[in-house]
Unconditional design. Sequence first.
Length: 184
Amino acid sequence: MARNRRNVDPNDGKVRCRWAAVDPILAAYHDREWGKRIRTDGGHLQRMAAEIFQCGLSWKIVLVKMPALTAGFHGFELSRVARMTSKDVNRLCNDASIIRNRKKIEATIHNARVMMELKAAHRSYVRWLDRLSTDSSADIAALYQLFRKTFRFMGPETTRCYLMGCGKLPPEHDRECWLAQGNM
């Protein structure tokens, strides 16, 4: 296999997807988090929020701001985020350490409330998500519609990225990437 030298990390010699090839923050996210199965409801809220906050921005900005977002959203503890009020929204909108987008902040709180409802009905959000089929392209298209109707700020592209990011769908690695199927 011919190696694309631009995708080779000079520090470890690994070939990564183009978007994560040379930046250590993106490389760490690519190698350790992206596409890995998430087993907690709070972890799913954090992943969904990351995808929402990323819309229109670079992943690096989101990753750099993630510690502040995590603190601002109470560690993405589902019940605490679901109880956040307009006072909390205003506090976050004035916090320069996070991505200050009122609609994205409100969407994260709304989505925590929806996840709490799904948790009450199915014992956990993870359990609800695990039961959703991704066996066919029709199943995946139905998921995109379900997420658009159920959650805020979750259009088809954001949903696709969320489902890949949390391991529900296989992540789309560049063919040469060391994490591409067959290269692991």
